[in-house]
Design a protein around this ligand. Structure first.
Ligand SMILES: Nc1ncnc2c1ncn2[C@@H]1O[C@H](COP(=O)(O)OP(=O)(O)OP(=O)(O)O)[C@@H](O)[C@H]1O
Ligand SMILES: [Mg+2]
Length: 483
């Protein structure tokens, strides 16, 4: 289908919602215009909530003290999503979303005795909090002074997103935002396109997870996906521990507490919120001082101007080599017991349809192996594991096109270390080639790939129209069109 809006073909509006950073902008442009923090402050309406009505229809009603009791069987996972207030049993109404520097916005509320929670759209690399995802798109449309109905919308999804989550994404775009045409693309495909390749082994080091994904002719080979929880957040946690030790066991006072009168109430902030604000300081330190030794076991030296770090409250710490090499966590092996083992399920057989011609022609059945839960594994092992799971014919091509993507891959030395460690772990007859685009392109690689794809003339027939959505429904579409 060719989509023409207002007579002109457009590159559409492209969005990549990440765990820490969301990137939005118009297709065809070089860089995303809207780069938003994905972590949003959320203030609940203290008095109202949607509760389950007798026939299952949500009812809006005033909350009572009874509603604030946390039931024994409340899923632990939801506690981590909303760590700063006791979650009520029911879906409480969001009174306000806070964008920008969430830690200081939240701090301002605690100063006034109010509370807020910090929510993130993805948990362990999975699209999880749909309210937050919706709010991020809403803010992006508003900032770009456009809407979903004005041009087609391309959304990047995690490479291993489940059909259920992709169907939910389509519902969000077509039903909540009134899109007239949309497309869902997997992160790794877009990162490969951004590096000028249709086939590549994409190593995406994000904030929530690190993934290794084989892409062949623009299609993700699901069985080769390896995902680990060792992303930027994991590195931050490690660096936080080291920094606290360096400060004699005292947690660094965050910027949000130093500004204005924030310090007054700092001690009474909820523990989880304090930790969240402290991580900003740790992240600054990691991003400006962090390095990865180019070879395993190599020592790193500290440059003259990088021996001391100023904490937000003016305290000076003498940086240690342990601290600057915190990003090396991505390459560290793990103790056996740390690895989350999951029973392998029987692969299910599924009929896939051809998206390339846009006609959904029937193709031979393909084996869809289960996608493992995120595990904690070292990057070179993940590369090895991924290559072992794909056809022998494509391995060499993938090994020669290992593309680095994601903000976490920006630590100096990442490409060299990956090259050296992959050679050690594979002992392959030919050498791996690491494609390391400029830091800017790595940070925004997925978005840039979306921008390129959505503005290609040959792509315009690939948009999914509202009519197709209405005719087929989201569930049938995600199973037939893209997988
Ligand atoms: N120079 C740097 N050195 C090390 N890490 C960095 C650097 N620059 C950014 N990062 C880290 O990259 C992460 C953000 O990267 P990115 O935007 O790719 O993640 P995301 O898309 O939000 O997460 P995900 O893909 O896991 O959902 C953060 O953890 C950030 O601290
Ligand atoms: Mg990402």
């Amino acid at each position: 289908m060719s989509v023409a809006m207002g007579g002109d073909e457009t590159g559409g509006f492209v969005g990549d919602v990440g765990t820490a950073v969301s990137k939005f902008g118009f297709g065809g442009e070089d860089a995303p215009k809207g780069v938003l923090s994905s972590r949003l402050g959320c203030v609940f309406d203290q008095n109202q909530a949607y509760v389950k009505g007798s026939n299952g229809v949500p009812l809006l009603r005033e909350l009572t003290a009874e509603d604030y009791k946390v039931p024994d069987d409340y899923p632990a996972r939801l506690h981590t999503r909303s760590p700063f207030v006791a979650p009520p049993q029911n879906q409480q109404c969001v009174a306000k979303w806070l964008h920008g520097d969430v830690s200081s916005l939240g701090a301002a509320r605690f100063d006034k005795g109010e509370s807020c929670v910090v929510r993130s759209p993805l948990v362990d690399g999975e699209l999880d909090d749909w309210d937050t995802i919706e709010e991020l798109w809403r803010e992006a449309f508003e900032r770009a002074k456009t809407s979903g109905a004005e041009q087609p919308v391309l959304a990047a999804t995690p490479s291993d997103a489940t059909p259920k989550h992709r169907a939910q994404y389509l519902e969000l775009l077509f039903e909540t935002f009134g899109c007239r045409a949309a497309y869902l693309a997997r992160n790794a495909t877009l990162a490969a396109f951004a590096a000028g390749r249709a086939s590549a082994l994409v190593v995406d080091c994000g904030a929530g997870t690190t993934s290794v994904v084989p892409v062949v002719d623009g299609y993700v080979l699901m069985k080769g996906i390896r995902t680990s929880k060792r992303g930027g957040d994991h590195v931050d946690a490690h660096a936080h521990e080291l920094l606290t030790k360096l400060c004699g066991g005292t947690e660094p006072v965050p910027r949000a507490a130093v500004r204005r009168e924030g310090r007054k109430t700092y001690e009474s902030w909820p523990e989880a919120f304090r930790k969240f604000t402290q991580r900003e300081t740790v992240r600054d330190l990691k991003e400006s001082y962090g390095v990865i030794p180019k070879k395993w076991g190599l020592a790193v030296g500290l440059k003259e101007d990088k021996r001391q770090f100023f904490l937000p409250d003016g305290t000076i710490v003498d940086v240690t080599t342990d601290l600057v090499r915190a990003p090396e966590q991505l390459f560290e092996g793990v103790e056996e017991e740390e690895v989350v083992k999951k029973e392998e399920e029987e692969p299910s057989i599924k009929v896939v349809r051809d998206a390339r011609v846009g006609q959904r022609a029937l193709q031979p059945p393909q084996i869809q192996p289960p996608i493992n839960d995120p595990v904690v594994a070292a990057l070179p092992e993940m590369v090895k594991g991924s290559l072992e799971r794909v056809d022998v014919d494509v391995r060499k091509d993938l090994l020669l096109n290992i593309v680095l993507s994601g903000g976490g891959s920006c630590a100096p030395g990442t490409a060299e270390r990956l090259h050296s460690d992959v050679a050690l772990s594979l002992c392959a007859p030919f050498k791996a080639k690491i494609v390391a685009p400029a830091a800017f392109e790595r940070k925004f690689g997925v978005w840039i790939g979306g921008s390129i794809l959505s503005s290609l003339g040959s792509f315009q027939q690939m948009w999914l129209s509202k009519k197709e959505y209405d005719d087929d429904g989201p569930t049938r579409l995600v199973e037939g069109r893209w997988d």
